[in-house]
Design a protein around this ligand. Structure first.
Ligand code: PMP
Length: 367
């Protein structure tokens, strides 16, 4: 579905008439590197703990609405009070609730595109005005001066670090300055933070800024996109707001059990993240070698589990990857500022080997 029927356009709320549902552009392929998922297998010890936890879930009972057991597990891990944690049905739900609670008619969100498209989508649904401060379209750096100016008049700010789909991070100094000038609430979306250098995380800035929220998810580093579990860390006052707007049972009992078991076994994931970072570097080097050998490819460095590349006729390259090699990546060609860009998640070693060979073949014969 791409747009609403004419009858629906007369019935739906006026702000949603031009609404287009989010489309992850998913098709079934042998190798799927299109959604920034973690394609590594769940570590063996964790798998056993998950099975045991699932076997104990009482499916006839409603889940604990605020997921207090899981909140406590997260709080112990992140070394904060449980009152500073809210769990959601994926980071998505928490992003939506952020706009729902702090946005709305007459309110402004500062956004720095190109970035995660859901921010604009949820702003539209909640009737929140979006003020876009565009990144430099060569380097994807944020125009910090312009962003600070806009932040001083914003009700909400979202900074994404590492950013999806460009892979870069914001500086902690910049985040602090935004929190200082912004009269509203600032969210740093750290969905991919486990793949970047530890010293770049903004978590400890929470001590200094009571208008700051940090968003995390178990979908990426912990390979749990299917269970839908994200969480925010923020001041108890902010958490109370999230608690008051959330769908009561949005985080189901199976999710709560799996998430707690995985976090308890989190040490097993260090190797997984290290491997993804190693493979990211290997892919980056392979693409740079292709460029040095005269193939038309440009790649940006990334602190995340994906790389953004630019190739001539990216839509055709995307199609050939899918149809000839059964490899799915994400085509961003039609996104403003990302002409001919593809976003490629870092897979396992063998998936990446196949991807490298496929791209080499396509770029050598794509004329
Ligand atoms: N933030 C960013 C930047 C993302 O890319 C994503 C997922 N694609 C999310 C948040 C939400 O992730 P999830 O809902 O799976 O937790």
């Amino acid at each position: 579905m791409t747009s609403l029927s004419s009858q629906m356009k007369t019935l739906v709320a006026p702000s949603l008439v031009d609404f287009e549902p989010y489309d992850p552009k998913f098709t079934s392929t042998r190798i799927n590197l299109s959604a920034n998922e973690n394609t590594h297998e769940m570590p063996a010890g964790t798998k056993m703990a998950v099975c045991e936890a699932l076997s104990k879930v009482q499916l006839n009972r409603y889940p604990d609405p605020m997921a207090n057991g899981l909140r406590k597990t997260i709080a112990e891990w992140r070394q904060c009070d449980s009152a500073c944690i809210c769990v959601g049905n994926g980071g998505d739900e928490l992003l939506f609730n952020f706009l729902l609670a702090f946005g709305g008619q007459g309110r402004k969100l500062l956004n720095c595109p190109p970035s995660f498209s859901e921010y604009e989508l949820f702003s539209k649904i909640t009737n929140t005005e979006v003020v876009n401060v565009w990144r430099n379209l060569e380097t994807f750096c944020i125009d910090e001066e312009a962003a600070l100016n806009a932040a001083s008049d914003a009700n909400l700010v979202i900074l994404t670090s590492p950013n999806n789909p460009t892979g870069d991070v914001v500086s902690r100094e910049f985040v602090s300055s935004v929190c200082e000038v912004c009269p509203g609430i600032v969210m740093v979306d750290e969905a991919y933070d486990e793949f970047s250098r530890k010293e770049l995380s903004c978590d400890d800035l929470l001590e200094k800024h009571d208008n700051l929220i940090i968003l995390h998810t178990l979908s990426k580093a912990f390979g749990l996109a299917g269970i839908r579990c994200g969480y925010i860390i923020a001041s108890p006052d902010i958490i109370d707001v999230f608690a008051s707007v959330r769908q009561i049972y949005s985080v189901n009992a199976l999710t709560q059990a799996v998430a707690a078991a995985v976090i308890a076994n989190r040490d097993e994931y260090q190797g997984v993240c290290e491997d993804i970072k190693f493979e990211r570097q290997r892919l980056l080097s392979a693409f740079n070698c292709m460029r040095d050998d005269g193939l038309p490819i440009e790649v940006w460095p990334s602190e995340s589990n994906f790389l953004l590349v630019r190739v001539p006729d990216a839509t055709f390259v995307h199609k050939r990857l899918r149809d000839e090699f059964s490899i799915l990546v994400r085509d961003f060609s039609s996104t403003t500022g990302l002409k001919n860009c593809l976003r490629i998640a870092v897979g396992t070693q063998s998936e990446n080997d196949e991807l490298i060979e496929a791209i080499k073949t396509i770029l050598s014969t794509n004329n």
